[in-house]
Structures are given as C-alpha cells and as structure tokens.
Design a protein around this ligand. Structure first.
Ligand code: MG
Length: 316
C-alpha cells in the first residue's frame, strides 16, 4: 500500500493511493461494513491517523490491507462521481498531501556518512560504526511545502535519504530480524545548514531548523519493498540531477542500522530512521540552494518528494 496523510478541509486523514485516486481508509472501512449488511462496529473502522494505524499492530495492518483491496475494486469498477458521492475517494491531483507522519512523536533518528563517496566528499573516512544524530519533529513538512531559507544560513544544502518507519517496536534484536520491525519506507530530505553544522560542531542545530525535514509523498508498506538495498535514489535541483546512486551503496544497510540503534535502546512504533545520503551534496561543489529553487528527492518505488525553497517571512 502507498499510504498518505491528506487534508480533508482542515483535518488530516489517513489515505491510500491507487492509480490517480486517494482512498479514505476510515470511510472505506465504514462503506465496506455497510455493503456487507453489517452494522459497522467501532472496531471494524480504521483510524484516521497514520500513527494510530501503526500503533494498531499487525491485526490492524491486515485489516487496512483488506479495506484497501476493497477500495481498489471500487475504483476499478465505479465512475469517479460515484466514488466521491460515497466519500471514499478523491482525485490525487486535488488532494493536499502532508508528510505521511505529519508530527512524529519523537526526534527522527538519522545516520551520517553512510555512503562511502559522500563521506569522502565531506573529507571524512567511512565510519567503522554508525554515526547517529537526530532531527526534531518540528522540522517535518510534507510534499509541496516550502523549505524556508532562514536568514541564519548562507549554506543551505539537501540530502535525499531512504527513511524506514518502525512498526513493531523492540530492543536488542539482531540484523537478521530487523526488517521484520519495519512498517514501511518513505523519501526524506535531510535539509542542512552547512555553516551552522560546522559552527556548532555538533550536527543537531544545523539540521533541525523549521522545514528541514521534508518527507513523503507516500509511506509504502514494507511488504512492497522486500529488499530496501536495491532502490535507485536521486535528487534534482531545478531539474538538474545532483545525486544519483542506489541504496545498495550504503555502508550499513537498513537492517544493520536498526539493530545497532536498538541495542540497549527501545525502538517504538512510529519511530523514523533516515539512513544517510549519497554523494553529490552542495557542500562538495558550493552550489547551495537559493530562494526560488525546486528540489526533487526521489527513490524507486517510493515516489518523488518535491519542495520549493522560499525566503523566510520578512526576509528578502
Ligand atoms: Mg543526512
């Protein structure tokens, strides 16, 4: 499933994309129960938020898949007007998508220097152990939302990354079990103010400004990504390719990273791990992001995350 969080009026709701339509999973679950002549019991209904779905565990995920397959059948057989009148679907082109998890409960776990060529372009040796840091929930924005070029930085950079979202929590599990803890995958752009990163010596500040964690457009469930180390990953600025690699070039794969992170530290449903970026960042060339630029971060099977760069309000 390609899960999304979309805005219906002013309310974020859980959806799933099928062809060019966003299915509303809560309304679909009610429609399905009604069509089967059953009074929809409260526990038959799906939640309206992504985190509530993730928290629900495997039984609820299986139910979401069942409801989604029912919705796909409706999309394939009904005409669009009927779909909309039943409040179960709307055209993707007219849906405003938010980040799949618009406000994570915890900081996003991130991995630094996880591609050898990127470590080299930053003048660093490949690490022997994963280099972890975090970004705060307040930095998250969705597809289409602007990345703010805060006045505090003159070195605004991008980093396309594969993000894994934890479904089943746990601690002290091995790399061989780790992918079983993943709920799904998404594109994340680890936007970075390089000058702040350097000035403060520790990475947190330079990577944590408001709007510095674009994520989306979709969260693809793990069943559709059996091997997360085989995906093409790339980033364009104004249509020009800046980063181009495959996730197979990671030094530590998703499973190794999760196992290392979970050693002695509990991972919980909804936790997000960004797995590092390939070479081609602006810090290596000096071609930093400018107001007016459009950044497209893309991973095979996970879609394209597009965000414009804008000036902060009150700035020129
Ligand atoms: Mg990064």
């Amino acid at each position: 499933m390609q899960l999304v969080t979309y805005l219906a009026g002013r309310t974020p709701r859980l959806g799933a994309v099928w062809h060019d339509v966003v299915l509303d999973l809560r309304n679909l679950s009610a429609d399905m129960a009604a069509q089967r002549a059953a009074r929809p019991a409260r526990d038959a209904l799906l939640p309206v938020s992504m985190l509530a779905l993730i928290d629900g565990g495997p039984a609820l995920w299986a139910r979401a898949h069942e409801v989604w397959r029912y919705g796909c059948g409706l999309v394939d057989t009904l005409d669009p007007a009927d779909l909309q009148s039943r409040h179960v679907a709307r055209p993707l082109a007219r849906a405003r998508l938010l980040a799949p998890i618009p406000r994570p409960r915890k900081n996003i776990f991130c991995m630094g220097r996880n591609y050898a060529e990127h470590a080299a372009e930053r003048g660093a040796a490949p690490p022997d152990r994963p280099v972890f840091f975090t970004k705060p929930p307040s930095a998250v924005i969705g597809p289409g939302a602007p990345i703010v070029h805060h006045a505090i930085t003159q070195a605004l950079d991008y980093e396309v990354e594969l993000a894994a979202v934890v479904g089943r929590g746990g601690r002290d599990f091995g790399a061989d079990e780790a992918l079983g803890h993943v709920f799904g995958y998404a594109v994340l752009n680890d936007v970075t103010a390089r000058d702040l990163q350097k000035a403060h010596q520790q990475w947190f500040k330079g990577k944590s400004l408001d709007t510095f964690s674009p994520m989306g457009p979709v969260l693809v469930t793990a069943d559709e990504i059996p091997d997360p180390q085989t995906l093409g990953i790339r980033l364009r600025v104004n249509g020009v390719t800046r980063q181009e690699a495959t996730t197979g070039q990671m030094i530590f794969g998703v499973a190794q990273l999760l196992a290392a992170l979970a050693a002695g530290m509990t991972l919980e449903p909804g936790d997000i791990l960004a797995t590092g970026t390939p070479s081609g960042v602006a810090a290596a060339t000096g071609a930093y992001l400018k107001v007016g630029d459009v950044v497209e971060a893309e991973i095979d099977g996970l879609g394209c995350l597009t965000n414009p760069v804008v000036a902060a309000e009150g700035q020129r």
